[in-house]
Design a protein around this ligand. Structure first.
Ligand code: SAH
Length: 214
């Protein structure tokens, strides 16, 4: 047991179950994974608070509820191959690795990708591949994916990502302006797709060919 065990159980009870997250796999993963390890030591006492926190390169680790919600929306299970765009701290990557079969994650900042890789190796995850690249183009060689989670805000749904989804695959993505977005669930149906708006949200911008200009 670590010093934040109780804080983590409270986070799951109050912030996740209390707001309607029901998926047992998601709840278990978030009870197990030590979120504090994914932030700088100076934030450890706030690591289980109901808030995003700063990570290097002016980016953020998402609020725990948002991580739980996005993961629940893809219906994770041990058969699924998923793509994450925006590795950041690697926290969402770890949740996906515990709940799905295989995780591919793309991060544009080499510093973040390197730190996340090191931590996820130390935690002994064997089912994660990370690459440094523009994730708005997806990861074509590894597709098609059962699900794609984008953890940065897009001006519109990146076409390449929809292309790399299997039919009946799910894409979860914040879409809107650089300051305010809607979290959308995109359901692929054949060559077309259906969009569902889940809730309002605020993410850092998705920067790249299928996102915002730098
Ligand atoms: N899932 C991460 C969220 C990090 S914030 C976590 O919880 O820690 C969003 C991340 O998306 C940032 O690390 C940012 O560098 C990255 N990002 C933004 N545009 C990107 C792009 N086009 N390709 C890959 N990563 C991108």
């Amino acid at each position: 047991m670590d010093q934040f065990f109780d804080a983590r159980q409270r986070m799951v009870q109050d912030q996740l179950i209390g707001r309607g997250i029901k998926d047992q796999k998601v709840l278990d993963a978030m009870r197990n994974i030590k979120r504090h390890l994914f932030v700088d030591k100076k934030y450890w006492d706030r690591a289980y608070d109901d808030t995003p926190l700063s990570i290097p390169c002016s980016q953020t680790i998402s609020q725990p509820y948002m991580v739980g919600l996005m993961t629940e929306l893809i219906h994770p299970d041990e058969g699924k191959k998923v793509l994450e765009i925006g590795t950041g701290s690697g926290y969402q990557t770890a949740i996906l690795a515990e709940t799905c079969h295989k995780v591919y994650s793309v991060e544009r900042h080499a510093e973040l990708a390197g730190q996340a890789r090191q931590l996820l190796d130390e935690l002994d995850y064997k089912n994660i591949e990370i690459k440094i690249d523009d994730g708005t183009l997806g990861w074509e060689e590894k597709g098609l994916f059962d699900a794609i989670i984008v953890t940065a805000a897009a001006p519109e749904i990146p076409e390449q990502l929809v292309k790399q989804l299997m039919s009946h695959g799910k894409l979860v993505i914040p879409v809107g302006t650089q300051y305010r977005q809607n979290l959308e669930l995109v359901l692929k149906r054949g060559e077309s797709y259906i969009e569902k708006i889940i809730c309002g949200c605020i993410f850092v911008p998705l920067i790249g060919r299928g996102g915002w200009a730098e």
